[in-house]
Design a protein around this ligand. Sequence first.
Ligand SMILES: CC(C)(COP(=O)(O)OP(=O)(O)OC[C@H]1O[C@@H](n2cnc3c(N)ncnc32)[C@H](O)[C@@H]1OP(=O)(O)O)[C@@H](O)C(=O)NCCC(=O)NCCS
Length: 192
Amino acid sequence: MPVAGFTFEFAGRSLVLRELSATAADAQQLLDLTNRVAAEGLLGIDSLAACVEEALLFISRSLEHGSILLGLFDGERLIGHLGIDRIAGSESGSSAVDWVAGTPARNTGTLVLFLDKAYRGAGLGYKLLASGCRLAKERGLRRIWAATRSDNQAAIRLYRKLGFRPRLVTPPTSDPLSPPGSPATIYLELEL
Ligand SMILES: CC(C)(COP(=O)(O)OP(=O)(O)OC[C@H]1O[C@@H](n2cnc3c(N)ncnc32)[C@H](O)[C@@H]1OP(=O)(O)O)[C@@H](O)C(=O)NCCC(=O)NCCS
C-alpha cells in the first residue's frame, strides 16, 4: 500500500496519509494532537509525553523496533494518527503477553487510533484503520490487539466493522484505561 502520499478526500480537500518520522516537527504535531484528544478523556492517558524531546524519543524508539506510525494531515496540520506498536517477541516479561489470555504475542501489534473531533464521523477512521491493517500485514504482523473503554461505541463499532472480535482477557494488573471507578475496558483482536 503506498502510504507515502496516499490521500483521502474530506470536505472537498485532500488529506495526506504518510508515515511519521523522527523529526521535531512530527514529534510536536503528534504531541499536540494526542493532547487535544486526551483532554476529551478518551485515550486513558493524559499526554503522550511531557515535552517535544520526549515525544521525539517515543517516535524514534517506536520506529526502531518496527512499529507503524501513520499520520493523517490536513495541509500542515496532523489531524489523525494510527499507531501499531509491535510487541517484541513472545518472551515472558512483556506485559502484553498477559494482556490477552493464552495468546502468544509473537507477530502481534497493539493499536492506537484517533482523529481530531472535527474530522470524525466522515469515514476517515475506517480508511485509516484499513490502511494500517494492510500495512501491518505487509510488514509481517499476524494479529492486532485493541483496547478501548466499553462505553466508546464509535471505536468498538469501527473495530468490529473491520473484523476485530472481542477477546476474553486476563486484565493487566495496572490498566491505565480502567482506573478504579471508570468504565470497563473492552479488548478486541483481529487476525490479519
Ligand atoms: C474512533 C474513531 C477513530 C472513529 O473514526 P471515525 O472517522 O469517526 O469513524 P468512521 O466515520 O470511519 O465510521 C466507521 C464506523 O465506525 C462506527 N462509528 C463511527 N462513529 C460512530 C459513533 N459516533 N457512534 C457509533 N458508531 C460510530 C460506525 O460503525 C461507522 O460505520 P458506519 O458509518 O457504516 O455505521 C474516532 O471517533 C475518534 O478519533 N474518536 C476519539 C478517539 C478514540 O476514541 N479512539 C479509539 C479508542 S483509543
